[in-house]
Ligand binder design. Structure first.
Ligand code: SF4
Length: 359
């Protein structure tokens, strides 16, 4: 099998740094994991030749879990009856940011449910309040779903919403893509934005010269072809906009959600997705290893199969934790894990510039 793969046109195409087709990407799922991992690492070296692995000291602040979308894959929203409904005050939000600043953190992700009463003014107030007290903090906050929600509440275009949030001090917006396949979205998150609406928000970010990241939540009953369909949307949007600084795949965690009967995706599924996304997404520099959902050890292996970044230390995380996942980490541990993978750990900022190298 190994010789057959290494003599194949596809293998030579990948080694040559050529763009592969969706059909070829689909074929990669049947490859031996060692060959696929080597191919993913080879492409990582072509795109990001340094043997450095970045991470950022950040915090997610989930300011409310009241959400009118009530997605089937989410255990965080209050109607899932696992976490009592709450809304943080501006003071509570700022206290959390202060704790991050005290440990040398540089990035905050403000994220919440789609609260039925929150309009643009509420979001602007949140941004200006945080920025006024912590101008040095990079606000990588909200999501396309929240921007679509605000645009509906205020009868504004997504361009206008993004422009207003940027003027208030918002620095960038996570791509929070879930799975960009309308067949799956109609089943698991029918009240959330459609794929076209997601595209619209990303184009609005591009127009307003803001950066983003693309993600992928897989393991929600999609086919292999639909996994590639998701990657196609991201590659196409990135060709048109160039806004994505990173791609972050993670598996859906079924426990405690309305989809608890689904078998969780495996570690092998994850490593394949990392390698295939590295090969297919030839226009995105950074692929993050998702230690939060996959565990630190699997994320460490992903660093040898195409990933080149460990994402955030995540001083606080509530959404994934609601499904029962309890993985936590800290800077010292991430540095150890990265070094132990034979790489140089680098604390970075939100635009992937090095702040500190750990030799
Ligand atoms: S995933 Fe987001 S939009 Fe969906 S229910 Fe959870 S908080 Fe609401």
């Amino acid at each position: 099998m190994e010789d057959i793969i290494q003599n194949s046109d596809l293998y030579h195409n990948i080694c040559g740094g050529n763009r592969i087709t969706s059909k070829e990407a689909l074929d990669l799922f049947s490859w031996d994991i060692i060959d696929l991992g080597n191919a993913g690492d080879m492409r990582r070296k072509l795109t990001f030749p340094k043997e450095k692995v970045g991470f950022i000291v950040d915090r997610i602040v989930n300011f409310t879990n009241i959400c009118e979308a009530a997605c089937a894959f989410c255990a965080f929203h209050s109607r899932a009856n696992l976490i009592q409904s709450y809304e943080l005050t501006i003071d509570e939000i700022c206290r959390k940011v202060e704790e991050l600043v005290a440990v040398g953190g540089t990035q905050v992700m403000l994220q919440g449910g789609l609260h039925p009463d929150y309009t643009l003014d509420k979001y602007i107030h949140m941004v200006t309040s945080v920025k006024k007290r912590f101008p040095e903090i990079h606000l990588h906050s909200f999501s396309p779903a929240e921007i679509v929600h605000i645009s509906r509440k205020n009868s504004l275009s997504t361009d206008d919403v993004v422009k207003a949030l940027k003027e208030a001090g918002l620095d960038s917006v996570p791509g929070a893509s879930d799975l960009l396949v309308d067949r799956i979205r109609a089943k698991v998150s029918p009240k959330k934005n459609t794929v076209d609406e997601w595209r619209e928000v990303i184009h609005s970010l591009c127009k307003n010269e803001m950066k983003s990241s693309a993600t992928m939540t897989y393991g929600m009953g999609e086919t292999l072809k639909e996994k590639i369909e998701h990657l196609e949307v991201i590659r196409d949007v990135q060709d048109r906009t160039g806004v994505f600084q990173a791609f972050i795949p993670w598996s859906f965690s079924p426990p405690r959600t309305q989809m608890a009967d689904l078998l969780p995706a495996t570690g092998m599924d994850y490593l394949k997705i990392v390698a295939i996304s590295r090969i297919f997404l030839d226009n995105i520099t950074h692929i993050q290893a998702g230690w939060l959902t996959e565990g630190l050890k699997l994320a460490q292996i992903a660093l040898t199969m195409g990933a080149n970044d460990m994402g955030g230390v995540l001083m606080e995380e509530v959404v994934v934790k609601a499904t029962g996942i309890t993985t936590r980490t800290h800077q010292k541990e991430l540095v150890h894990i990265i070094k132990n993978a034979g790489k140089i750990p680098v604390q970075r900022d939100s635009v992937y510039q090095a702040l500190r190298n750990f030799r």
